[in-house]
Design a protein around this ligand. Structure first.
Ligand code: BES
Ligand code: ZN
Length: 594
């Protein structure tokens, strides 16, 4: 018995799944999937097979050729879910499981028509990272076991099903349509993804199109129009794009993340539609995952920085090569410096948050008994980025870029641990290892001394203001990134007078850029500036992105005068949030006794 991933029941001595064949009927009335999963093994095996499940009602298990098999579902573990154990007879090549998902499946969000942009049709989407795939499919839910799959989704005929896979075909049969998809490249199960809704698309380039509800698709096509240039830039940096297509899906507002790198079909929050392409670095980030994360994957959530730290590094390389976000003609690297400065501020805030849990500030974490959603922070992102920048500075950009290409080549379609990375680094880049304290970066808490600091003239100008309001000419020239940095530099609480002047002169409450808007609303809430409260309530009611919910609920819950408002807002909005977001906000409120 050997369990290597603390978030999976997978036993590495048992047969490994190589291929999944999945059929599911989407029932909006009961909010369930009636499904069948066939798992085919790399090699035929026998004995116990342990699978991950969460809230699945297992109807039957048989061999691929229909012979019934003995199985038991163990009592659920609160983090891992319930182990499904199947007893395999001699030389079993695969098994077939019939089951039904629960209406509260943690990976799924079922939206009523009222929760969509069009207001007429229901919507369903999945979010499997880190360990939610098991609430949709019984499988070995660990990135260590890559699977290829074929899938068949039966949906109401008015709707479209999309998967993070290659489209095979659609067949209409009366009231329903059957959509077939295929994923020919092996993926970690957390990248299994689909969405069902009233979806249409616009082509953006030879390899990309954007999908969205009809009411949103034109705005999305405009905002993401630079994706083809991004794809070419990324290929120059990291090698040929390995997934054929790079399509985008603009999600409903309750999508809990900014973006999710589902292969061939990146999921994006609609809060990116700022109307000025200022937030498309998130697209660059998800695109970068095509190499760092999807091609070379972390072996478990304990090595998440291998996915996210490398991807933030790659994202900023893409943004730099493009000359700023949205191709803004920023040739001096200022935009990247500003973004790195925001990253550093977020990182410092999270380090402060984890003051009592220094273990969670390591790059390589130990998460036995800890839910990855609870351990989530900017640490793997921004500390990982700083570590890679430190390595880069020690050997120079050319040598580090070459190293990165070799790394991607060496581990493509594989998973690795932090220890495996450190060993490879020592072999491939000994000059770096001689200068950098790799162990302190990977296994130590906090940020080692001498971490690179972003430098930029525009950053210095904001620092020189020292919290004083900018003059009109200065403010007019600011990008949203500069606004965000400025707002985050303000004192908490700031005087009412400052808040009023800021809002009246610069119309911050009306900002269409959610990064700027939320940075402002957090200052306002932390300053007890009451005129901003109605807008905060609106944002909490209309957006489910955790990056915005968390600081806003925290700011409200921290202050006695708004604690009750936080509780009432959550009671009212809760049903509209994704199950993962519900859980995270509940923890925030509990922490502040709201
Ligand atoms: N893979 C993550 C999102 C994620 C992380 C989902 C952990 C589930 C568990 C994605 O690539 C991501 O990092 N998104 C960021 C984008 C940002 C760093 C540009 C986000 O959602 O804000
Ligand atoms: Zn990411």
């Amino acid at each position: 018995m050997a369990r290597l991933d603390p978030h999976s029941w997978n036993d590495t001595t048992q047969p490994e799944t190589e291929r999944l064949t999945w059929r599911a009927k989407v029932d909006f009335a009961t909010r369930t999937l009636e499904a069948e999963a066939e798992l085919t093994f790399r090699l035929p095996g026998a004995g116990s097979l342990d699978l991950d499940t969460r809230d699945l009602a297992i109807a039957s298990v048989s061999t691929s050729d229909g012979k019934p098999l003995e199985f038991m579902v163990a009592a659920p573990d609160p983090i891992l879910g319930a182990r499904l154990r199947v007893i395999l007879p001699e030389a079993t090549a695969g098994i077939r499981i019939r089951y039904r998902t629960a209406p509260g499946a943690s990976a799924l969000q079922w939206l009523t028509p009222a929760q969509t942009a069009g207001g007429e049709h229901p919507y369903l989407f999945s979010q499997c990272q880190a360990i939610h795939a098991r609430s949709v499919v019984p499988l070995q839910d660990t990135p260590r076991i890559r699977i290829r799959y074929r899938a068949e989704l039966t949906v109401p005929v008015r709707l479209r099903a999309l998967m993070a896979a290659a489209f095979v075909g659609r067949e209409e049969r009366g009231a329903v349509a059957v959509e077939r998809w295929e994923m020919p490249q092996p993926i970690p199960p957390y990248l299994f993804a689909f969405a069902v809704g009233d979806l249409v698309s616009r082509d953006l380039g030879a390899r990309s199109r954007v999908w969205a509800e009809p009411a949103v698709v034109e705005r999305a096509a405009w905002e993401f129009a630079t994706v083809d240039a991004m794809l070419h830039t990324a290929e120059e940096l990291f090698g040929p794009y390995p997934w054929e297509r790079f399509d985008l899906l603009t999600m409903p507002p309750s999508f809990p993340y900014g973006g999710m790198e589902n292969p061939r079909l990146t999921f994006l929050t609609p809060t990116l539609l700022a109307g000025d392409r200022s937030l498309v670095n998130v697209v660059a980030h998800e695109l970068a995952h095509s190499w760092t994360g999807n091609l070379v994957s972390n072996a478990s959530a304990e090595h998440f920085w291998l996915n996210e730290g490398f991807t933030v590094f790659a994202e900023r390389r893409i943004v730099e090569a493009l000359g700023g976000v949205g191709g803004g003609g920023d040739s001096d690297g200022e935009e990247v410096a500003l973004q790195a400065a925001i990253g550093r501020r977020d990182l410092d805030r999270d380090l402060e948050q984890f003051r009592d849990r220094p273990d969670l500030t390591r790059l390589r974490t130990h998460l036995e008994g800890i839910d990855p959603d609870e351990a989530f922070s900017r640490v793997p992102y921004e500390k990982g980025y700083l570590f890679l920048r430190t390595l880069e500075e020690s050997v120079g950009r050319a040598a580090f870029s070459a190293f990165l290409r070799r790394y991607i080549d060496a581990f493509r379609f594989q998973t690795l641990t932090s220890e495996e990375f450190a060993a490879w680094l020592a072999k491939e880049l000994p000059e770096a290892v001689a200068q950098v304290d790799v162990a302190a970066w990977i296994d130590g808490p906090g940020i080692p001394a001498g971490a690179p600091a972003p430098r930029s003239a525009r950053l210095d100008a904001i620092a020189r203001l020292d919290g004083r309001l900018p003059d009109d000419a200065t403010a007019r020239a600011w990008t949203p990134t500069e606004w965000q940095l400025f707002l985050e530099s303000l004192a908490r609480p700031s005087p009412q007078e400052t808040c009023r002047a800021l809002d009246q002169r610069f119309q911050l409450t009306a900002s269409g850029n959610h990064e700027v808007l939320v940075a402002w609303l957090v200052v306002a809430a932390e300053s007890g500036y009451a005129p901003a409260l109605p807008r905060i309530e609106e944002v909490l009611a209309s957006v489910g992105r955790m990056k915005y919910l968390k600081p806003l609920y925290t700011a409200l819950a921290k202050a006695p005068s708004t604690r009750d408002l936080a509780r009432r807002c959550f009671a009212r909005c809760r049903d509209g949030y994704h199950p993962i977001a519900q859980q995270v906000i509940e923890a925030v409120l509990q922490q502040h006794h709201a």
